[in-house]
Design a protein around this ligand. Sequence first.
Ligand SMILES: [Fe+2]
Length: 387
Amino acid sequence: MVVNYYRPVEVFFGEGALDKLGEVGRRFGFRALIVTGRESARRSGALDRALNSLRSAGIREFVLFDEVTPNPTDRIVNRGAEIAVKEKVDFIVGLGGGSALDVAKAISIVSSNEGSAWDYVKYPEGPRLIPYYNRPVICIPTTAGTGSEVNRYSVITNEIRKEKLVISHSLNYPKVALVDPDLTRTMNRRLTAITGFDALTHALESLTNRVENFIAEEHSVRAVELIARWLPVAVEDPENREARRWMAYASMTAGVAIDHMGVALIHAMEHPVSAHYPHVAHGEGLAVLAPYVTKFNLKGNPEKYALFAKLMGYEEKPERAVDALLDLTDRLGLPNTLKDLGVEEEKIERLTEDVYMLSRHSFSVNPVEPTLEDVRKLYEDAYHGRV
Ligand SMILES: [Fe+2]
């Protein structure tokens, strides 16, 4: 079997990596667009550090775009792209959680090509437009979960259509990732838990789905091992630098794994949930769905689920994978049912249809290919809490 392994993102990893921004930015020009959220990077001091680094490298022209929200929309991307074009920026910096990084990358595509953000998202039939150019992007994550700093994905929500889809294209890679684990120390417990669970789900789904890539799989395995050990520590002791360092690394490495092997049904079923209920964080939705979908999937890849259980510190048996997930969500204080998340029972039909309309391409890579009836039943079980 021939496997492909492609790594186009240059990584600087370690405490202080943020301060490389000016030096790295200089390679791309003198006018920067800084993409971030309204508050957290400002409050934590990360934004000031980023701007100082740019200034000290002689980059004095920058435009701040601080309108990124969780579950970011295509409208936010389009607005950022308009600014990038109007201000003729040379490069884009994404500073923040997965949303800021995803938006920075998508702005690069939209500001450099025709059309708008929704033209580039991938429906099962493919995107409406293919980009042919991009602007350089530097990604600086302040959470440990998404892995967006090293992969080609941007997850974008369309509020009007109530759809959450992914831009997935080789031009959507950032040029450079500055991964500074110190930036994640200001995350509170809840954010640490939900973003960390996202990283774990990336590792779990890439490890167990039907895409084979033994090189990338090393990343999934290592990520599970590290998250099992360090996520509870990071949640319980937020200042613990070792835990923060290993979680930043695990998140990045799981981001590489999904870049090659993709995700599967847990993500396919989560996206409609946070599309219809934008108050639901991606990681929370995953935490609720993961045990149910995993139980359904076990027979499709018992060997890998047994390995996952072992890496999580359990007996090497496939069914123990479900226990590992349930115990972890309990320990992290994450919700257990869709009802807890505020999902309405009468919405299950629509969520099921959306999985088919928007994500059915993931059915064939899922360990067990589901029918729509299976998906509906999984939502019902997750709603009532019947594992
Ligand atoms: Fe995810």
